[in-house]
Design a protein around this ligand. Structure first.
Ligand code: NDP
Ligand code: AKG
Length: 439
C-alpha cells in the first residue's frame, strides 16, 4: 500500500518523466515492494527523502564521434548517469547496445544504487553507456569508439569520484581500450575503472564474479529452505559473461543446466551441459555462436525461442531487462518452477513478478542476486588503491561470504520475502545517509 506521500512522489515522477518506461518501472517496483511505511517519520516526509533518493544526482549526455574503417565519421549518443554517491563513490557498468536510452540507464543507475547499498559495502550507484552497436564492427572500430567515448567521460570520473565497469557488450577488451585512453589523457595510472585485465590491475575473479555470485546466492537460498542445488534442473537465458559463469558454477555445484540463449534463439539439452562444453563456450572471446555450437554437439536449437517454455526447478534469466514476461511466468509456474533468481538487471517485467509472488515460487531480485560483480569490483578498487593483489581463491571465498551476507540482509526484516527484504534493507541504509548528511 502506497502512503499519500509516496503516491504524490510517484505521480510527480510519472508526470515529469512520462515516456521513460524502464525508469518508472524500477521506481514503482522499489516503492511497491519495500516497507516504506516504516520510514515514514517526520524527517522522511518533511525532507522529501523519497523523491531525492529516486532522482539521479545528474545525467551527463554527450555525443561520441568516431571514425569507421571506411574513413567515415559516425556519431553515437553517450551517457553517464550518476545516481547517488551518498554512501561511496559513484559505481556501475557501461553498456554498449542499440537499445540503450536515457531511460534504460536511469533505471540501471537507480537499481545499482540500491544494489550497492544492499551489499553493506561503501559504494554509490551509477550507470552509463551508448546506443553504439558493436555487432559487425571490427576490433579497430570498437577501439576507436571506446577512445572517443572516453574523450568525454574522463572529465567526469576518478577513483574517488566515479568508477565505471563493464556491462552488456563491454568486457575485458573494451575496458582495456577505455582504461588505455584515460591513462593517456590524464597521465595517471589509477583504479578509475574495474574489470581490467589482470596484467594492469584487474582482479583475477572479476570476470567470474557476477555469475558465480548468482549461484552462491542460490546455494544459500536453497540451504535456508532445507534443499540443495544437487541434481536441480536449471534454465538459464543469455550466453554472455553472467550466463556462462552462472552455468559453469551451477554444474560445479551439482545442478543440471538445460538451456542457454541469445537474441537469435535458445539452446536446449535434457541431459544438461557438461563442464567441457562450458569451457568451450567460455573460450569464445565474445558471446559465442550458440546455434553453431548446438549443431556441433547435437543439441537442440530453437530459433527465436526463449528458455521459459522448458520445465525446470530453477529459472535464472541472465540476458537483459524485461526478457521474462507475465506469459513466460505463467508457463514456468505451470511447469512447476520453484525458484527464480534474477541474474540480469530487471529481467522479469512487472506482470511476471506479480505472477511469481501470487504463486508459491521463491523470487529473488537482481539487486541481491547479481551483486557479486560490483562487490568484487570494490575489491579491485581496494587492490588498486593499495597497489596490492589477491589470489583467485581468496577472492572467490570473499565473494561467497559476501553473497551469503547479502542473502541474509534480504531476510533480516523477518518477512521471508527477498524482494521486499532487499528493497527495505537498501532503503534503510540510504534514508539514514540522506537524513544524516542534511539537505
Ligand atoms: N557483467 C556484469 O558483471 C554484470 C552484468 N549484469 C547484468 O547481466 C545481464 C547480462 O550482462 P552480461 O552477461 O555482462 O552481458 P554480455 O554482453 O556478456 O551478454 C549478454 C547476453 O545477453 C544476450 N542478450 C542481450 N540482449 C538481448 C535481448 N534483447 N534478447 C535476447 N538476448 C539478449 C546476448 O545475446 P546476443 O549476443 O545475441 O546479443 C548475450 O548472450 C545484463 O542485464 C547486465 O546488466 C549485472 C551485474 C553485473
Ligand atoms: O562492477 C561494477 O561496478 C558494476 C557492475 C554492474 O554494472 C551491475 O552490477 O549491474
Amino acid at each position: 500500500m502506497r502512503s499519500k506521500y509516496a503516491k504524490q512522489v510517484v505521480e510527480k515522477l510519472k508526470h515529469n518523466y512520462e515516456g521513460e518506461q524502464e525508469y518508472l518501472q524500477a521506481i514503482e517496483e522499489l516503492v511497491d515492494y519495500s516497507q516504506l511505511e516504516r520510514s515514514l517519520n517526520e524527517r522522511f516526509v518533511g525532507d522529501n527523502v523519497l523523491e531525492r533518493l529516486l532522482l539521479p544526482d545528474r545525467v551527463i549526455s554527450f555525443k561520441v564521434p568516431w571514425v569507421d574503417d571506411d574513413g567515415n565519421v559516425q556519431v553515437n549518443q553517450g551517457w553517464r548517469v550518476q545516481h547517488s554517491n551518498l554512501i561511496g563513490p559513484y559505481k556501475g557498468g557501461l553498456r554498449f547496445h542499440p537499445t540503450v536510452t536515457e531511460s534504460v540507464l536511469k533505471f540501471l543507475a537507480l537499481e545499482q544504487t540500491f544494489k550497492n547499498a544492499l551489499t553493506g559495502l561503501s559504494i554509490g550507484g551509477a550507470k552509463g553507456g551508448s546506443n553504439f552497436d558493436p555487432k559487425g564492427k571490427s576490433e579497430r572500430e570498437i577501439m576507436r569508439f571506446c577512445q572517443a567515448f572516453m574523450d568525454e567521460l574522463f572529465r567526469h570520473i576518478g577513483p574517488n569520484t566515479d568508477v565505471p565497469a563493464g556491462d552488456i557488450n563491454v568486457g575485458t577488451r573494451e575496458i582495456g581500450f577505455l582504461f588505455g585512453r584515460f591513462r593517456r589523457l590524464q597521465n595517471q595510472f589509477t583504479g578509475v575503472i574495474t574489470g581490467k585485465d589482470t596484467e594492469f590491475g584487474g582482479s583475477p575473479a572479476r570476470i567470474e564474479s557476477t555469475g558465480y555470485g548468482v549461484l552462491f546466492f542460490a546455494e544459500r537460498a536453497l540451504q535456508t529452505q532445507g534443499s540443495s542445488l544437487q541434481d536441480k534442473t536449471i534454465c538459464i537465458s543469455g550466453a554472455g559473461n553472467v550466463a556462462l559463469h552462472a552455468a559453469q558454477k551451477a554444474i560445479a555445484l551439482g545442478a543440471k543446466v538445460l538451456t542457454l540463449s541469445n537474441s537469435k534463439g535458445c539452446l536446449h539439452t535434457d541431459k544438461g551441459l557438461n563442464e567441457s562444453q562450458l569451457e568451450q563456450l567460455l573460450q569464445a572471446q565474445h558471446s559465442p555462436n550458440l546455434e553453431a555450437f548446438a549443431n556441433e554437439h547435437n543439441l537442440n536449437w530453437q530459433q527465436d525461442k526463449k528458455p521459459w517454455q522448458i520445465a525446470c526447478d530453477i529459472a535464472i534469466p541472465c540476458a537483459t531487462q524485461n526478457e521474462l514476461t507475465g506469459d513466460d511466468a505463467i508457463q514456468l509456474i505451470e511447469n512447476k518452477v520453484q525458484w527464480i533468481f534474477e541474474g540480469a538487471n530487471m529481467p522479469c517485467d512487472a506482470e511476471a513478478i506479480k505472477c511469481f509472488r501470487e504463486s508459491r515460487v521463491t523470487f529473488a531480485p537482481a539487486k541481491a542476486v547479481n551483486a557479486g560483480g560490483v562487490a568484487v569490483s570494490l575489491f579491485e578498487m581496494g587492490q588498486n588503491a593499495s597497489f596490492s593483489s589477491h589470489s583467485f581463491e581468496e577472492l572467490e571465498q570473499r565473494l561467497k561470504e559476501t553473497m551469503y551476507e547479502i542473502h541474509d540482509n534480504c531476510l533480516s526484516d523477518g518477512s521471508n520475502d527477498y524482494l521486499q527484504g532487499a528493497n527495505s534493507f537498501a532503503f534503510n541504509r540510504l534514508v539514514q545517509a540522506r537524513i544524516l548528511q542534511g539537505i
